[in-house]
Write a protein that binds this ligand. Structure first.
Ligand SMILES: [Fe+2]
Ligand SMILES: [Fe+2]
Length: 279
């Protein structure tokens, strides 16, 4: 694998100390289990309203940053008041999910920037607390401006999206040229892109890939959209895939205790992040 930065760890280094077992994993992301109306409604709204115009408008609205300032801890504590409607698996406080993700990464001996990535990867969900609807913040992401893949969750709801019947946007490549690279592709708007843009100055490229594409299941799990990727994307796909089990399968009911771990995460955040985030 192409290690993009001197921070990059060996991709071979992977154990599963704090992850769910293989049989347990089969039960995750089951959208057919009872009580999924909440998730179904979420994706109906998401797929209907995530158009190219919408994404461009949200980028213009949020990527200037500087509307608010808070410490990384304050942002994490603020985030803790949110319950993610798109998550079929568990209603766990956000900070517990972040700690579990990060601790599972740490237990497997990965480098500190990878642990930090696990700890902050959902921080962009603060957008919900700034008044954005959940369908514009959480859930799986996908490219807009070209045909929606059938392998995206609840693909039937894309019939409600006006871009599906717009000839500029509904061909395989849409507004893009083949091999243009995902950096040139507009992803559906959400916490992933927002946090990626916020963290760009601070973290190594593999970490930025994990943050930006962690909800892009159609790519990292289903193998779709390869025609839009470039060499850098293909070299970093394995990092996104390496991150995914920690995000997904460390969602268990045995949350680590924040008070015990705070000094470690204080130090980690101070090493990489500014004292104040400009959100
Ligand atoms: Fe996420
Ligand atoms: Fe997550």
């Amino acid at each position: 694998m192409n290690a993009a930065t001197p921070h990059a760890a060996s991709p071979a280094l992977q154990q599963t100390a704090l992850l769910a077992s293989e049989p347990e994993r089969a039960a995750y992301r089951d959208y057919d289990q009872p009580g999924m109306d909440r998730v179904r409604n979420f994706y109906r709204n998401n797929h209907q309203h995530q158009t190219l115009d919408f994404v461009r408008a949200k980028k213009a609205q949020w990527l200037g940053f500087g509307q608010r300032e808070m410490t990384p801890w304050a942002a994490l504590e603020f985030l803790n008041t949110l319950v993610d409607e798109s998550d079929p698996d568990i209603e766990l406080p956000q900070i517990s999910h972040l700690l579990q993700t990060a601790e599972a990464i740490r237990a497997d001996g990965h480098p500190d920037w990878f642990v930090l990535t696990g700890f902050i990867h959902d921080l962009g969900k603060v957008l919900c607390l700034f008044g954005e609807p959940q369908w514009a913040v959480v859930g799986d992401t996908f490219p807009v401006g070209c045909r929606f893949s059938e392998r995206i969750v609840y693909p039937e709801y894309f019939a409600l999206n006006p871009d599906s019947s717009d000839a500029r946007y509904n061909s395989e490549n849409g507004i893009y040229t083949p091999g243009c690279g995902l950096d040139a592709v507009h992803m559906s708007w959400g916490h992933d892109e927002y946090l990626y843009q916020l963290m760009k100055p601070y973290l190594p490229l593999p970490a930025l890939y994990m943050i930006r594409y962690h909800s892009f299941y159609a790519w990292h799990r289903e193998g779709e959209y390869g025609h839009l990727t470039d060499a850098q994307d293909r070299a970093h796909l394995a990092w996104v895939q390496r991150f995914n089990p920690y995000d997904l399968y460390s969602k268990n009911e045995r949350p680590p205790v924040l008070a015990e771990l705070k000094p470690y995460y204080d130090e980690l955040m101070a090493k990489y992040l500014p004292a104040q985030l400009r959100l």
